[in-house]
Design a protein around this ligand. Sequence first.
Ligand SMILES: Cc1ncc(COP(=O)(O)O)c(C=O)c1O
Length: 405
Amino acid sequence: MNALSTKLETLAIHGGAPVREKLLPYGRQSLDDADVQAVIEVLKSDWLTTGPKVPEFEERFAAWVGARHGVSFSSGTAALHGAAFAAGLGPGDEAITTPMTFCATANCILYQGATPVFADVSPDTLNLDPQEVFQKITSRTKVIIAVDYAGHPAALDELAGLAKAQIQRPLLIEDACHALGAEFRGKRVGGIADMTVFSFHPVKHLTTGEGGMVAANDARLAETLRRFRNHGISSEARQRQEAGQWFYEMVLLGFNYRLTDIACALGLSQLERLEANLARRREIAARYTAAFRDFPAIVAPTVRERVNPAWHLYPVRLKLERLAAGRGEIFRALRAENIGVNVHYIPVHQHPYYRERFRTEEGYPVAEDAYERLISLPMFHAMTAQDVEDVIHAVTKIVDHYRKA
Ligand SMILES: Cc1ncc(COP(=O)(O)O)c(C=O)c1O
């Protein structure tokens, strides 16, 4: 489709024929018969929750990401809460994080009664800018929570270096809910930060319905995480049954954040296809980038040196100066073409809950400017070649229409 031919097409939002008849979602799961079978087997077994599938999934997952320990949770949000707890975050402490994320990243700081401190992001990756983090560090900084936005790893080495240079040694928590399988300096994320948090929500690379995991190398952190997700109790029901014992102790105030055996069986089955799914996402990203790299009115995502992103999202930024319409109109025009675009993210500090409680007037200009321009294009491993071409066609058609001469 060349620029001339797309320019002649009437946009669906103006009454023309849409590029697709049915909506292409921005993300969705894909399950196969092996996944269904794995779940059925657990449903017929003795253990529906916290049975043998839980440690099996945790061990296989940890080995896959290159961490010594994996502790499963009922969601990525619960896993973040666990990581904030295990880091020792509490009232009076500060945790530095990015505004360019889903609110769960910052909420885990509030769950622990600590204060979130936002630092602005780098203009290329929209990940935490280490210089900005440096400006925000105080003697009360207990944790830095980086996010691998869209699946591109954060500047993990610089952030870890900053943390190590502080007397109080804040821990580095990596919210890798977008980044399962992403590589940083040749290593998969999971064994790099002090704790790395993953989500198994259906739009992610691997799903258990709801679910999450914390990967860590430190055995004590892993033990605290295990207790925290099980009411703060020192052993699990299955261990007690197998040991013929009834005694247990609650040693800390935890929650029921356990992931079920049903979910872990699904996770184990999904793990089998993770590499293939990642490869497909990388292929889709490469095709998008080839199509949009030199496009006059949009900016394709940047990939830094020695980084291999996992492409949970493919967010483009509009060059609004070159367009006769704002993001809202372009978004609506894409939806009218049946392209299920989305926006990631409304910066966390702009949500009313945060605005009303925290000092945000200093602003985060890079995150705020990016937010006005961002549109996430559909990205999921089951997208067909035709789906990808439909997205490129629709974006070309709309951007050509609104491009200033
Ligand atoms: C960056 C980030 N952190 C945390 C979460 C929370 O994960 P979950 O939905 O599994 O609770 C999400 C969910 O999409 C996310 O995108």
